[in-house]
Design a protein. Structure first.
Length: 97
């Protein structure tokens, strides 16, 4: 029983930390601003250029590009990595303002 309790608490802590790591994105607002549907709105990951988020009506879902590719928000897709196309959430947010 103690083992089950420890596993449950560990899982809850992992989920809490994972949720805190997400960028502060309001998908409802982004959908309204862009005129796109939820599944058409993507945002860069906060630190990993290989990953990105897709808006859903339930919040953000983390996705990954194939190996050797990075998410490029200007085309909402994955491209081959260069020295200039690794754009994180904070960089993207400052560009968009």
């Amino acid at each position: 029983m103690k083992v089950l309790f420890v596993l449950l608490v560990s899982s809850m802590i992992t989920i809490i930390f994972a949720q805190e790591a997400l960028p502060n994105v309001n998908c409802d607002e982004m959908v309204a601003q862009t005129g796109k549907r939820y599944h058409e709105v993507y945002v860069p990951h906060e630190s990993n250029c290989n990953s990105f988020y897709q808006c859903t009506d339930h919040g953000l879902v983390e996705l990954r590009c194939n190996r050797g590719l990075v998410f490029f928000p200007y085309i909402n897709g994955c491209v081959e990595r260069t020295n200039h196309n690794c754009i994180t959430w904070n960089q993207w947010r400052s560009i968009k303002q």
